[in-house]
Design a protein around this ligand. Structure first.
Ligand SMILES: [Ca+2]
Length: 518
C-alpha cells in the first residue's frame, strides 16, 4: 500500500488552492424582521448555541491580536466575551471539524488530514455528533458553510448526521464566486445543487440570518456557521481589497480583504441575533479551524527535484503539470500571518494549531482573557455543560465550562495533533505546558509552550525522561484506520479550489437514495 503518510503529505501540501482573481461583489442584505422580545427566547429550556468557524484564519489575522486587518465586529464581540488565549485547533480542516463534532481526538477516528473530494467515506458513522446530542434536547440544528467530513455517500452528509438544515458545500474549499471545488460545482441546500450568483461569504451569512429569523421560536436553536473564509483562493470584492492598498504583498492584501468580508458577515449575523432578542440566551463560540497558510520560501532546484522524485516514488506515478500547479499555488499564495507563533497550517508548530477563539454570552459570561488551554475536542462537552445538558463520558475532550465562568484553571486532556506538510506524518503531543514534536527523520523536540510560545528553545536534551514519557504516550495513542485516498489518486485528481467545471456537481453524484422533498 502506498503509505497513507505520504498520501497525507500531498493532501496537506495540497490542503488548500486555486487561481487568484478579483471580481465584483454582490452583497445582498437580508430584510429585517420585526423585533422579538427577549422574554420569548429566555423562556426556552436551553440556550441557543451559535458556533462561528473561520477557515484558515491565523493568529495575527484578527484586530485584537494586533493585526493590520480590520475586524471591528470580531473585536467588539471578543472584548465583551471570554477570550480563549490558548485555544488549540488541529493543523488542518477535517481533523478539527471531526473533533468539534464528536469531542474525540481525530487521530482516534482516522481523520488525520484534509479529506479528499474522492474519499469514499468520512467521519466514521459510529460517531455521535454534536447536533445529534442537541436534537435529543429538542434543539433545531442548522448548518451553513463547509462540511468537509465526507461527501461521497449520503450517510456521511450533514442532513444525515443531525442537521435539520444544511446550506453550503461538502469539500475542502470553493471559489468564492464560482462555488466550484475540484472541477465540480459544490453548492447546495439539503442535498440539492444550487446555482447562485454571489460571493460565498455573503451568501452564507444571508442564509444563516434567514435560518435564525425563520427558526421555531418555541425551541432552542443550534447554528453551525462554518464560513469558508479566508481559505484560498484569494478572492475578494475590489472594494474590500481597496481598503488595503497599503499592504504590499498582493496575497496578504486580498487575504486581508477576505477577513474583513468575513468580519462584516459576522457583524450582520450578530446584529440579527440582537434584533431577534436572542443575545442574552445565546452562547456564541468563535474560532478558526486551523492556523493561517503562509507562503513558503522557494526550495532550491536541487531540493525541489529531490522532493518531486521522492513523491513520485512513493505514489508510483509522475507528478502532472496540473498537480505541480496545485502545489505552487498552495506553497506561494498563502496570505495569513501567525506571528509570533512558529509555523503555519499543516505543520505541527503553534502557528498551525493555536488560533483565535472566544466565547460570548451576554450577561452570563464576564469579559476576560482566559489562559486556560482548551482544544477543539473540548468544545462539544464544554458547550453541552454550558447549555445545561448532560456531558457524555468517555470522550477524549472534557468540559472546561467552569474555566469560562470562574477564574479557575482546570486540567486539560493530553492533546495530539498531526499534519503532513513534509513528506511524512508529523505529530505533536501536548501535556500542557509541555509539547513533544515528532517530525519524520528528526530527533524529537520538547517545548514549554507556556513559557516559550514561539518554540525557540528545544528542551529535549535537558529533559530526557519527560521526552521518553511523552514519546511513549504519543506512540501508544489510539489510531483509527485512515479514511484518506491514496497518494496516487490525490496526484491524479487534485483538489483545486475554484476554477472551471469539468464534471457534474458534487451534490448530484452522491451515492445513495435521493433526499426527500423539502
Ligand atoms: Ca481550514
Amino acid at each position: 500500500m502506498i503509505g497513507s503518510k505520504t498520501a497525507a503529505s500531498l493532501m496537506a501540501i495540497a490542503a488548500m488552492v486555486s487561481l487568484s482573481s478579483c471580481q465584483t461583489p454582490s452583497t445582498t442584505a437580508a430584510s429585517r424582521s420585526p423585533r422579538v422580545s427577549s422574554s420569548e427566547t429566555a423562556a426556552l429550556s436551553h440556550p441557543n448555541i451559535v458556533i462561528i468557524l473561520a477557515d484558515d484564519m491565523g493568529w495575527r489575522d484578527v484586530g485584537y491580536h494586533g493585526s493590520e486587518i480590520k475586524t471591528p465586529n470580531i473585536d467588539a464581540l471578543a472584548a465583551k466575551g471570554v477570550i480563549l488565549d490558548r485555544y488549540y485547533a488541529q493543523p488542518t480542516c477535517s481533523p478539527t471539524r471531526s473533533a468539534l463534532m464528536t469531542g474525540h481526538a481525530p487521530m482516534r477516528l482516522g481523520m488525520v488530514q484534509p479529506l479528499s473530494k474522492i474519499a469514499p467515506t468520512g467521519l466514521p458513522l459510529s460517531e455521535k455528533l454534536l447536533p445529534q446530542y442537541l436534537k435529543e434536547a429538542n434543539y433545531q440544528t442548522v448548518m451553513t458553510g463547509k462540511w468537509h467530513l465526507g461527501g461521497r455517500q449520503r450517510a456521511y452528509l450533514p442532513n444525515e448526521r443531525g442537521f435539520d438544515q444544511f446550506y453550503g458545500y461538502l469539500n475542502g474549499g470553493i471559489g468564492y464566486w464560482d462555488h466550484v471545488h475540484g472541477g465540480g460545482l459544490d453548492w447546495q441546500r439539503n442535498g440539492k445543487t444550487l446555482r447562485e450568483e454571489g460571493y460565498s461569504t455573503d451568501l452564507l451569512a444571508d442564509q444563516a440570518i434567514k435560518l435564525v429569523r425563520g427558526r421555531d421560536k418555541s425551541r432552542p436553536l443550534m447554528l453551525y456557521a462554518a464560513f469558508g473564509a479566508p481559505h484560498l483562493p484569494n478572492e475578494a470584492p475590489e472594494s474590500a481589497i481597496a481598503q488595503y492598498a497599503d499592504i504590499k504583498n498582493p496575497h496578504r492584501r486580498v487575504h486581508a480583504a477576505m477577513v474583513t468580508e468575513l468580519d462584516s458577515a459576522i457583524g450582520r449575523l450578530v446584529e440579527t441575533l440582537k434584533s431577534e432578542g436572542m443575545l442574552d440566551n445565546t452562547i456564541i463560540w468563535f474560532m478558526s479551524d486551523n492556523g493561517g497558510l503562509i507562503a513558503s520560501p522557494p526550495p532550491s532546484f536541487t531540493v525541489l527535484g529531490q522532493q518531486i522524485a521522492k513523491m513520485e516514488a512513493a505514489a508510483g506515478t509522475k507528478l502532472t503539470p496540473r498537480f505541480m500547479e496545485f502545489l505552487r499555488v498552495n506553497n506561494t499564495e498563502g496570505g495569513s500571518d501567525n506571528m509570533p507563533l512558529k509555523g503555519a497550517k499543516a505543520t505541527v508548530y503553534e502557528g498551525a494549531a493555536r488560533v483565535p477563539s472566544f466565547v460570548y454570552w451576554q450577561g452570563k459570561l464576564s469579559p476576560k482573557t482566559s489562559a486556560q488551554m482548551i482544544t477543539a475536542q473540548d468544545v462539544l462537552p464544554t458547550l453541552l455543560q454550558g447549555a445545561g445538558l448532560k456531558v457524555p463520558t468517555r470522550l477524549d475532550g472534557r468540559s472546561l465550562w467552569p474555566a469560562l465562568t470562574k477564574a479557575k484553571a482546570l486540567p486539560v486532556s493530553d492533546y495530539v495533533i498531526q499534519a503532513t506538510k513534509g513528506l511524512g506524518q508529523d505529530e505533536a503531543y501536548y501535556r500542557y505546558p509541555w509539547k513533544l514534536v515528532r517530525i519524520d527523520g528528526a530527533p524529537e523536540a520538547l517545548y514549554n509552550v507556556e513559557q516559550d510560545p514561539s518554540e525557540k528553545t528545544d528542551l529535549a536534551q535537558s529533559r530526557p525522561e519527560l521526552v521518553k514519557t511523552l514519546s511513549a504516550a504519543l506512540t501508544a495513542f489510539p489510531r483509527g484506520p485512515s479514511v484518506q485516498v491514496s497518494m496516487k489518486d490525490a496526484i491524479l485528481d487534485p483538489d483545486f479550489f475554484g476554477g472551471k467545471e469539468d464534471r457534474a456537481p458534487w451534490a448530484d453524484t452522491v451515492l445513495g437514495p435521493p433526499p426527500s422533498e423539502d
